[in-house]
Ligand binder design. Structure first.
Ligand SMILES: O=C(O)CCC(=O)C(=O)O
Length: 197
């Protein structure tokens, strides 16, 4: 990707402590199999801080913010068990520790804005399907600190997430940073798993 490559050369492969990333985590056949299952998943729109996000989501095991209106989420489907096992080994946890799965659907032009994941979740692991994107990171500041800040906040790290690659976000990268993904240019799915605190 144009901007990704340029920025990668600016920032290098340097990422915050606790962010791990692996290319070719799954094969093209495994990716196709996951995508075929995901095509049958029912996606919903999602509101983040009162704004309807452009991406669509499917939650399993738990909803994102446990708001009562969310209602119960269906259990994690069996087709996600093998990838949950592999991501658990990558993250150094037991597969069942990943109590929540969220599949994100990014149609062309869809971003995900700056956020730090909901506090009830700890370790995040994800796998990217079908098309590349760039994940950006910057130090987290509270909404009130952010509002008081005079100068625009800058991305401090970024990495290209290729299809079939996986990442784990824990430790400092999880607690001290927020992340975002600029608009993708082609359909992308991410399967993200979270442990509970
Ligand atoms: O799509 C991704 O890989 C990141 C998703 C994400 O940041 C989230 O679900 O909170």
């Amino acid at each position: 990707m144009g901007t990704g490559t340029m920025s990668l050369s600016l920032f290098g492969a340097d990422l915050p402590p606790g962010f791990s990333h692996r290319d070719d985590f799954i094969t093209t056949a495994e990716e196709a199999d996951l995508a075929a299952h995901i095509e049958r998943v029912e996606f919903a729109t999602f509101e983040m801080r009162g704004v309807v996000a452009r991406r669509r989501v499917a939650f399993f095991g738990a909803s994102y913010d446990r708001a009562p209106a969310d209602g119960p989420s269906p259990p994690i489907p069996e087709f996600l068990f093998p990838i949950r096992e592999r991501l658990a080994a990558f993250a150094g946890v037991h597969p069942q520790d990943f109590a929540m799965a969220l599949i994100n659907e990014y149609r062309p032009g869809t971003p995900i804005g700056w956020h730090r994941d909901a506090p009830q979740y700890d370790i995040i692991a994800g796998v990217s399907l079908l098309s590349p994107c760039v994940m950006r990171l910057r130090p987290y500041v509270s909404p009130s600190q952010a509002a008081a800040q005079q100068t625009p906040r800058k991305t401090t790290h970024e990495t290209e997430l290729l299809p079939r690659s996986a990442y784990v976000i824990k430790g400092e990268a999880r607690s001290g940073y927020e992340h975002s993904i600029p608009a993708v240019s082609a359909l992308r799915y991410s399967i993200t798993l979270r442990t509970l605190r």
